[in-house]
Design a binder for this molecule. Sequence first.
Ligand SMILES: CC(C)(COP(=O)(O)OP(=O)(O)OC[C@H]1O[C@@H](n2cnc3c(N)ncnc32)[C@H](O)[C@@H]1OP(=O)(O)O)[C@@H](O)C(=O)NCCC(=O)NCCS
Length: 182
Amino acid sequence: MLRVRTATEADLPFLLELRNDPASVRFSKRGVLSAAALKEDYLRRSDKHAFVVVRTDGRGAERAVGYAVFERLGEDRAEISIALAPAARGRGLARPLIQVASAHAAEHHGFAVIRADIDPANTPSRRAFRGAGYRPVPAASVGATAALERYELRVASRRSGAGPRDPARGLARPRPAPPPRD
Ligand SMILES: CC(C)(COP(=O)(O)OP(=O)(O)OC[C@H]1O[C@@H](n2cnc3c(N)ncnc32)[C@H](O)[C@@H]1OP(=O)(O)O)[C@@H](O)C(=O)NCCC(=O)NCCS
């Protein structure tokens, strides 16, 4: 099972290692970040919300497996960035990570539309975002150096008359995460 919690200073080494992993850098818009830049970016900015995604084994043991960062773009819009720790990749965890983090961010920060700009070469990311309910949208020009594809998740609004907000609405139905291999 995956759980989301707000990132703290204690998470900075984990976040830095993951953020500057070559695979993350390859698909990031900004390249390698220094520790100071990452701290400022993920923990100090009022328009960014960084979450650590933790895997629990049901017996109380927890392990951080990835992060999701949401940058507010407007009153109820945000852009998501994610990464999984290298040891946690290739196990089908990306989709549930996106789902739990998007639902959490929508619920706690009022996001109604969350977008992801994805390099078309990043097949696991594209598949995971699609599986999590994100849909491709036209974007005139995305990304300075690469032609990125834009995906959006529309989260049901409290004002829609549908009753209390269910942050999972609009998200694809969660499937259980695969069992740990270690
Ligand atoms: C992107 C990232 C989170 C994906 O996680 P992952 O563990 O590699 O992917 P998963 O094992 O969860 O697989 C996701 C989907 O991609 C598919 N997939 C995984 N590797 C693949 C490959 N090499 N080729 C084709 N499909 C692949 C899986 O089958 C799965 O598809 P499905 O849900 O339709 O079954 C991870 O690779 C990562 O952290 N990369 C570095 C940072 C990054 O790229 N972030 C995203 C920027 S937009």
